[in-house]
Write a protein that binds this ligand. Structure first.
Ligand code: G6P
Length: 494
């Protein structure tokens, strides 16, 4: 799988499942490139060309595999053509159906999870997929290079890579939450242990908030009590060391007395980029179209998400329905613009959720709609320019995930909003830690509570709304992606 490499070896390497670009194979045989979605890619894409780096990512589908075969690709991006079945087991089976579900606490507990023989089979693929990354990184990295490994897809890579290349400085960053220890321990003991040891193969482990970093340390204490070392404070806020006598890798040894630093690096929105991009012609065009759909003189509640189980889109719609039901004064005066972009459609549970979002939206429209007013405008076709147009028009932004590592939408809308926008924000989003003071905070499970929050947000006087928006925009752009990346690179030393 790893091919000999002719170009000079890299000093800085990034590894993630999803790369900056993905290709679709068109009927005429041509390849159409598309920018990747999600917080991880947004963060990493800002690295810029002045950092001489190699980004190792997976070929996600037939288009990407064809691009690898044809040698098509971006400078500094190395796509791994992993066996499609191994990839499907690792990505759909383990990463998205197990690890994502654990960290976001998405299981329907009476029936799930079931860790059976099929799970064990898929786990072997997850190991093989992680090994492909470790081998590719080992082959690409210069002596003493710094490697930044991303997310739950690649939890075993740090340990595996350390065994192959002990000279490297290895960081791992989790873009997800980390589950409370009792939830994490639903994983079979050997798997939980392997995951933690794999991550602890890194010199540094990064998390988006202190809450997730602390939960990780609780898991280490709960799952690896025999090897759990001393966790001690440091001067700088949120940074701790974890001392341990064993390192990661499947059954790895060595590394006596090593330390892994547990660090917090929040990720903010890219203010400069957003302000500029949101005033380009395609965004203006889409604003005109949206204004038409909304109708003159109406308030707008906006949400923009991947159609993702953790984003809580259905309860958001139910809250809106409750608002229209209990406060009829808002009927005809407000429109809920909901963009729910398809995600992980290979998984039945995501397809069902997508259908449920559409069903509830239609139900609201048939219950309350009038000839001149559509209460919910739902768009499912991914369109970044239209998302920015909605941000600009928003009076209220609804960000109500049941659990979210950070949530960049909460940070982006206040930057882009034209006339000021009230943020209704779940206390379970990582962004809550930085934005709570100026947001209207909700418990995401509480539908009637969320309806009251929407009412309060819609009713906020203009002056206060503008003031809050200004403060939210400042807080949300304080740590732009480039800084997030460079801080970690610097902290990794070398
Ligand atoms: C989250 C994860 C990322 C992932 C993104 C999109 O932000 O932390 O690792 O890339 O979701 O999900 P997908 O499965 O489409 O890559």
């Amino acid at each position: 799988m790893v091919t000999a490499h002719e170009t000079p070896r890299a000093q800085v390497l990034v590894a993630s499942n999803r790369g900056p670009v993905s290709y679709t194979l068109k009927d005429d045989g041509s390849l159409e490139p598309k920018r990747g979605g999600g917080g991880l890619v947004s963060g990493l894409s800002a690295i810029g060309s002045d950092v001489d780096s190699v980004w190792v990512c997976a070929a996600l589908g037939e288009g990407d595999r064809e691009a690898v075969r044809q040698g098509v690709g971006e400078q500094g991006v190395r796509m791994l053509d992993i066996d499609p079945e191994v990839f499907a087991d690792a990505y759909n089976g383990i990463a998205n159906s197990v690890l994502w579900f654990v960290q976001h606490m998405l299981y329907q507990i009476p029936l799930e999870p079931v860790f059976d023989a099929e799970f064990r089979r898929q786990w072997a693929s997850y190991e093989a997929y992680n090994r492909s990354f470790a081998e590719a990184l080992a082959a690409e990295a210069a002596d003493g290079a710094r490697v930044l490994v991303q997310d739950y897809h690649l939890a075993l890579v740090p340990g595996m890579l350390r065994e192959l290349r002990p000279d490297l400085r290895i960081g791992h960053f989790s873009h997800t939450p980390w589950a409370p220890v009792d939830y994490f321990r639903m994983l079979p003991d050997d798997i939980a242990e392997q995951l933690l040891r794999g991550m602890l193969g890194a010199d540094r482990l990064g998390f988006l908030t202190r809450r997730w970093a602390s939960a990780f340390l609780d898991s280490v204490a709960g799952v690896l009590p025999a090897t759990a070392g001393e966790v001690h404070g440091r001067d700088e806020e949120g940074r701790r060391f974890f001392r341990h006598g064993a390192t990661g890798g499947s059954g790895g040894s060595g590394g006596q007395g090593r330390e892994t630093e547990i660090a917090v690096h929040s990720l903010g929105a890219d203010g400069d980029f957003l302000r500029k991009r949101s005033h380009e012609a395609d965004v203006e065009e889409r604003m005109a179209a949206l204004r038409e759909q909304i109708g003159a003189g109406r308030k707008t509640i906006v949400r923009v998400d991947r159609t993702e189980l953790s984003k809580n889109i259905v309860r958001g719609l139910l809250a809106y329905r409750h608002l229209l039901d209990t406060r009829p004064e808002w009927r005809e005066r407000v429109v809920h613009v909901a963009f729910a972009y398809p995600s992980r459609q290979d998984l039945a549970v995501y397809r069902d959720y997508t259908a449920e979002v559409a069903r509830v939206a239609e139900e609201i429209n048939s219950l309350y709609g009038t000839p001149g007013w559509t209460p919910v405008v739902l768009h499912v076709q991914d369109d970044f320019a239209r998302s920015l147009a909605a941000y600009r028009l928003a009076d209220v932004a609804l960000v109500n995930p049941v659990r979210d590592g950070m949530n960049l939408v909460a940070k982006e809308v206040p930057v882009v909003s034209d006339a000021g926008c009230v943020l209704v924000l779940s206390r379970e989003a990582g962004a809550w830690a930085e934005l709570a003071d100026d947001a209207v905070v909700v418990n995401p499970y509480d539908v009637t509570g969320t309806a009251s929050a929407l009412h309060a947000a819609l009713s906020l006087p203009d002056g206060e709304r503008a003031e809050r928006t200004k403060r939210l925009a400042a807080a949300g752009t304080a740590l732009p992606p480039r800084r997030w990346f460079l801080d970690q690179l610097e902290a990794l030393g070398g």
